[in-house]
Design a protein around this ligand. Structure first.
Ligand code: NAD
Ligand code: MN
Length: 506
């Protein structure tokens, strides 16, 4: 890889390595036990590297480092302009090493070049966004009666434990780290064991850019053990979690014991509504991307497709035709549309859902099975799958599959579309394909979801709030709102009248 990169920190320059280390207090460290976890390339099934398998003592070390950095360090007291500059520097280093980051992300996730490029770019833009946003994040002078004066100030919450999933490894790490360190918080980040590599590299880049030791720490290991320990840890003030709804429930219960601040970005089963006046081809292409982007391993995947009965046949003919044209193969190729699944366990889970749909009487209209891809025979691949003849009460319509599987239903009018769309425990996102502005506004108002996409397959950019209603969690990321979630508001009320107050009048 690029030899042109100058050695500017004590971390290895080369991003591709046999063995990665955690970063605790600015140092590259192994687990105390020296145990490791093997990390695979899911497109090929090959082992690519090892990462440390941390245990509780390692978590203690990381929390202690973050605690020291927050309680006694300079970062939170540094001028906001300095923090902003460091965030921009992180982004600049990432830009310089863009292709290496993309390649590494693909190697560990099996996602396509197009997906990885978009996600690394968004990670970069996230740091740039918060570099700007933090400068304008401030308290207020509030209206109070006569001889009083009140101001509020925003203070960083403290040490944030951040736990992230495997589907967007570097992007999720950026979504978590950037707003936290912008406010002056310290971080202990735990990536998913399947995809820890780019989070480690990003943490190293943070140090290279000038983030002081202890402010950003990364630990790797099993979630059920060290994730739980982080959630229960007395030294942690806030937990920011992205992952499954069931894990989120467990985290919320455990975090309540120390009354930690909690934000949860959880699962989804997002509806994609195609109305009769929609641009048909645009709706087909957008719906295709909405489910098969990132191999369907996306929290905001539009995995329930609702098409108005008057255009159903026409829409489905095109949709099925294009789904069958999607190419699977070399993830590094610009012309590959769909990458691999993250693991064989995930392939099996996806396939169980497809089998359950068949058992409940639905029809597989495309795909429906694990596939062998030429040159990638030992990898984990699943054909882009369309299931028709579905009713909204079927398991496959209610539970998050988290793979390239879409279930399709028709609706007869606006009222039924809204009812079906909301008939789920989730509430992350929804897409509307239509031209009638009145209808778009009415439906947007009635849908219980944090993110509405109107005639677009894209759900968010840095600056747009991202988060769910109902059991998709709470809190918003990727936007100004996150800064409030990493800060406490302190109200300072002063009496500034001449004569001392004597409210008891004694
Ligand atoms: P997961 O819940 O299995 O794991 C997420 C992380 O939590 C991992 O790092 C894991 O090691 C850790 N973990 C596991 N058990 C834990 C426990 N008991 N306590 C603490 N930490 C624990 O999620 P996943 O399978 O990695 O990711 C897929 C899920 O993520 C999907 O449900 C998807 O919808 C969701 N997701 C949501 C968003 C969003 O913004 N709403 C974004 C991406 C992914
Ligand atoms: Mn999981």
């Amino acid at each position: 890889m690029s030899q042109a990169v100058k050695e500017t920190s004590h971390f290895p320059t080369e991003m591709k390595r046999q063995a990665y280390k955690m970063v605790i207090n600015g140092e590259a460290v192994e687990a105390g036990s020296k145990d490791t976890i093997t990390v695979y390339n899911p497109a090929t099934g090959e082992a690519i590297a090892s990462v440390p398998k941390a245990d509780k003592a390692d978590v203690d070390r990381a929390v202690e480092a973050a605690r020291q950095a927050f309680d006694h360090g300079k970062w939170k007291k540094s001028p906001v302009g300095k923090r902003s500059r460091v965030l921009n520097k992180i982004a600049a280093i990432m830009r310089k090493r863009f292709n290496e980051l993309v390649e590494l992300e693909i190697l560990n996730s099996g996602k396509t070049l197009m997906a990885a490029q978009g996600q690394v770019m968004q990670a970069i833009e996230d740091f740039e966004f918060y570099a700007g946003a933090i400068v304008g994040h401030r308290g207020a002078v509030n209206n109070v009666p006569g001889p009083f004066f009140n101001y509020t100030q925003k203070e960083p919450i403290g040490v944030a434990g951040q736990i992230i999933p495997w589907n967007y490894p570097i992007m999720m790490a950026a979504w978590k780290i950037a707003p936290a360190i912008a406010t002056g918080c310290s971080v202990v980040l735990k990536p998913a064991s399947l995809t820890p590599i780019t989070a480690i590299i990003l943490t190293e880049i943070c140090h290279e850019a000038g983030v002081p030791a202890g402010v950003v720490n990364v630990i790797t290991g099993p979630g059920a053990k060290i994730g739980t320990y982080l959630v229960e840890h007395e030294g942690i003030d806030k937990i920011a979690f992205t992952g499954e709804t069931t894990t989120g429930k467990d985290i919320m219960a455990k975090a309540s014991q120390t009354l930690k601040r909690v934000t949860l970005e959880l699962g989804g089963k997002s509806p994609n509504l195609v109305f009769p006046d929609a641009d048909l081809d645009g709706a087909v292409d957008g719906s295709l991307f909405g489910i098969f982007y990132n191999t369907g391993q996306s929290c905001e995947a539009r995995s329930r497709l609702f098409v108005h009965e008057s255009i159903y046949d026409q829409f489905m003919e095109k949709f099925i035709g294009k789904t069958k044209k999607l190419t699977l193969g070399d993830p590094m190729s610009q012309s590959t549309h769909v990458g691999s699944i993250i693991s064989q366990a995930q392939v099996d889970a996806i396939h169980d859902y497809v089998e359950s749909a068949k058992a409940e009487g639905a029809t597989v209209a495309a795909g429906g099975d694990q596939v062998k891809v030429e040159g990638y025979e030992n990898g984990y691949w699943y054909a882009p799958t369309i299931i028709t003849g579905v009713t909204n009460d079927m398991k496959v319509a209610q539970e998050e599959i988290f793979g390239p599987v879409v279930v399709v239903m028709s609706f007869k009018d606006e009222k039924e579309a809204v009812k079906l769309a909301n008939d789920t425990k989730y509430g992350l996102a929804a897409a509307i394909w239509a031209k009638d502005q009145g209808l778009i506004k009415r439906v947007s108002d009635k849908i219980q979801a944090g993110i509405i996409m109107v005639n677009t397959p894209f759900s968010a950019f840095p600056g747009t709030p991202f988060g769910g209603y109902k059991q998709s969690g709470f809190g918003r990321e990727l936007s100004i709102e996150s800064l409030d979630l990493y800060t406490e508001t302190k109200s300072v009320l002063s009496y500034i009248g001449g004569k001392p107050l004597n409210p008891f009048n004694l």
